[in-house]
Design a protein around this ligand. Sequence first.
Ligand code: C2O
Ligand code: CU
Ligand code: CU
Length: 483
Amino acid sequence: MATRRRMLGAGLSFAGVGLTGVSLLPALNARGATEDLAAAAPSPVQPFAGPMPLVPVLAPVSTAHGRDVYEMTMRTVTRSILPGLQTELRTYNGQFPGPTIKARRGRPVVIRQRNELTVDTSVHLHGAAVPPRHDGSPMDTIAPGAERVYRYPNRQAHASLWYHDHAHHVESENVYRGMHGSYLLTDDEEEALPLPKGAYDVVIGIRDAHFDLATGALVYRMSDRARSTLLVNGAPTPYFKVAARSYRLRFANHSNQRFLELRLEDGGDLVQIASDGGLLPRPHTTSSVYLTSGERADVVIDFSRYPVGTQLVLENTGFGAGAESAQVMRFDVDRTAEDDSSVPDVLRTLPPLPEPTAERTVVLRMDEDGRPQPRAYIDGKLYDPDRVDARIRSGASELWTVTNANAKAPHNFHLHLVQFRIRERNGAAPGPQEAGLKDTVRLLPGETVKLQATFDTYRGEYVYHCHMLDHSAMGMMATMKIT
Ligand code: C2O
Ligand code: CU
Ligand code: CU
């Protein structure tokens, strides 16, 4: 229980970090910092009042020439999320969360994105290997009224990816206001497995939010502790009616910076089968999965162990979670159903890691002394889009030692372009949840992770950053150049 105690202790200090925004974001800081000093507000939501929405899959406008073409419009819509209140959102296609894209390895996807918002946008496909000009780089933005075409080659293996805004200085707020969606890439290897499919394979995207209960508006402030409402596929703490059989649940943490640790209220088994970069080598039976912002985990839950009529809450005990964010959703077992799915003992074979050809260290640190305008650094430097921080030879397989040098603030670490492997966490072998491919990794205060990434696809400039988007907006982002 040492880890639990550590998390709770550190959670109290979480408030002391980043009390307000920085001058990088002047427009966002008009509201005072004092409100942020208030204790986390109770969620205004009556839990389990409505059903969990199933996110619609977007239909292509063309499937000719061996590729799928989609069109999306980024626009503002107003919707009712909390009963009796109207909330303005920034969306893809007017949907919140954005529509799910289903893609297949070897079959390119082309998405025409039209920006009808009043802010710059940039669409990033998180976890994907794409050429630099299609990566949604922070500076490579779509102006209001403009459009652009993103091409995704889909040469990599299956994975539950996601897309979100990445426009410099505004990505944090854009994502918070609704600009996130799932992108499910499959391949023959994955499809050949007898895992739950179709209606029993469900995306569950979770993120937090802070509502102004007078106006219904989403309140955006840097490092706001009052984001106490958890939205699951866009709905506040919903129920989900399930059959008494196995489901594949694709959990994704689309929060701006909340860490989630998900567990069933009865402590029942979750069988984790996939992480950020697709299937784990072997299924891992556990009582909880940990997802920092940006991470994904696919889990199989066999609801046949519960009698019809059972109601089971999915709880959150992640870093900094208080009573206000302890309940995520509820599974209501309401019927029986046939089930010919199963989870094989071996899901995938990952190639052995080569000897690293280069080593590198990365230090994540932010101001945590309570100063009014905290900044966040990688290797002591604020993000500068005109600077290259890491030069990498194409084909290199690099070992990166990444440290969270903060005593109180948690971070995580995300590399664009690659799926990496974790070699060590705090000097020890990684646990089974981290045995697969990853693109984002948790770094609680004081932690060090060694990861290995092979840069054998595209050349050019890509960013890497803390995926707590308030932190990357405070400067915790850097550029690597593969040549
Ligand atoms: Cu989710 Cu720079 O990424
Ligand atoms: Cu990314
Ligand atoms: Cu961070």
